[in-house]
Write a protein that binds this ligand. Structure first.
Ligand code: FAD
Length: 385
């Protein structure tokens, strides 16, 4: 088939790679000329890593992934370690490492694997028309491209979703703002092989190792949507939000560079179907926009890509059956994770302060087994486990 993929994010590029391996002719169309991801880095859990390995990118992801070995929660106000444990048992049990990775590195890896020449950058989809013979993509520059199948991997504000559902979906504000970026690795912030999360007051500060001796950091603060966003204020605001927090957090705020720090209001979308029409399928955030509270949004996009290719291959000869099989396999899995992330988000960010206080008490009793069990369920629920 001739396949158009709209969006060169991690979902679109993984779909492109997976579909091309089946022998399809794939072209990716990307709105921007240069991709500037909304986040500095991402935790790729073992289910996402398994998908990249399936796409023969195992060595590449290992080369750019951070050396993550352990996990800890620390009381951000007192400095007490609430729980700390190794992640080795998890990775051994599921058979794949997990890698925190800089988004720029991940994006560059996927673009290079797919081939820059097969991506049309600066090409924004504005409309599409389906017919018996094919689907026509209409772009902002006036050009049109016909294909047998169009994949909408165009992210949270998907134009293709509007076509599939026949309406615009309003995203739901999750109640918090996230600042994230990269900073030179420094043991003064946290141990360098550990995912450390400082918690308190419904806020959190997290640090994870990525390659190049850098930490991925993020700060979460429950806040209303629509506040002013001035880069010049970031440090002063973070100092105010985290006043009285431990020296490690103050040192991190001192070290961050506002020019390269991202500020993101966090939204999600109620799970929905359908994801497919006759010749069009949604994939990634276009199909299931989640809060990042269990670190699964990008991993789910990679799973979609692998499952879509497998479903089309299994139903070779019937595009309709292939697309229906894809939706049937993916909608329940992603629904579960989106709702799980939403519940996690509410507890972490004090939607109900009593529940958050109980969670902090649970963390003090935690030996790692409950958290590892939750992570394992997320991973083993994936298609390649
Ligand atoms: P995107 O990455 O959004 O890519 C969509 C692409 O489509 C973009 O390049 C865009 O420019 C392009 N596009 C949009 N409209 C058009 C158009 N009309 N025409 C052409 N091109 C178009 N996930 C994890 O797995 N682990 C994490 O730790 C994690 N942390 C996160 C932290 C934060 C703060 C946030 C906000 C998200 C996080 N996620 C995480 C989620 C993850 O970033 C997304 O799920 C993932 O980026 C989705 O990939 P995608 O390819 O579907 O969409």
């Amino acid at each position: 088939m001739k396949i158009s993929v709209v969006g060169a994010g991690m979902g679109g590029l993984c779909a492109g790679l997976a579909l091309r391996r089946l022998g399809h002719e794939v072209r990716v169309y990307e709105r921007v000329r240069e991709i500037r991801p909304v986040g500095a880095a991402i935790s790729l859990w073992s289910n996402g890593v398994a998908c990249l390995e399936r796409l023969e990118l195992g060595d590449e992801i290992a080369a750019i992934g951070g050396d993550l070995r352990a996990m800890a929660y620390v009381d951000g106000l007192s400095g007490e370690t609430m729980t700390a444990f190794s992640l080795d048992p998890l990775m051994q049990a599921v058979g794949h490492r997990a890698y925190p990775v800089s988004r720029a590195d991940l994006q560059a890896m996927l673009i290079s694997a797919f081939g820059r020449g097969d991506i049309r950058f600066g090409t924004e989809l504005t409309d599409l028309h389906e017919g018996a013979d094919g689907v026509t993509a209409v772009f902002a520059d006036g050009t049109r491209e016909q294909a047998d199948l169009l994949i909408g991997a165009d992210g949270a504000h998907s134009v293709v979703r509007r076509h599939v559902l026949g309406k615009v979906v309003v995203r739901r504000y999750a109640g918090y703002v996230n600042w994230n970026g990269l900073v030179s690795m420094d043991g003064a912030f946290a141990p360098v092989d550990r995912w450390t999360t400082f918690v308190g007051e419904g806020k959190r500060v997290s640090l994870m190792p990525v390659s190049g001796r850098r930490f991925y950091f993020f700060f979460d603060v429950p806040l209303p949507s629509g506040l002013e966003n001035n880069r010049a204020d970031y440090k002063a605001l973070l100092r105010a939000y985290f006043g009285g927090w431990v020296p490690e957090v103050q040192a991190l705020i001192d070290a961050i560079e506002p020019e390269t720090t991202n500020r993101v209001e966090i939204f999600d979308i109620d799970p929905f179907v359908p994801w497919v029409t006759g010749r069009v399928a949604l994939l990634g955030d276009a199909a299931h926009n989640t809060t990042p509270d269990i670190g699964q949004g990008g991993c789910m996009a990679m799973e979609d890509a692998v499952v879509l290719a497998e479903a089309l291959s299994r139903h070779d000869g019937s595009l309709d059956a292939g697309l229906q099989a894809y939706e049937a396999a993916r909608a329940p899995r992603t629904r579960e994770l989106v709702l799980k992330a939403r519940r996690r988000c509410e507890i972490t960010h004090a939607a109900d302060p009593g529940a958050t206080t109980r969670w902090y008490a649970d963390l003090r009793r935690e030996d790692g087994s409950n958290i590892l069990d939750g992570l394992m369920k997320n991973i083993l629920g994936g298609p390649l486990s």
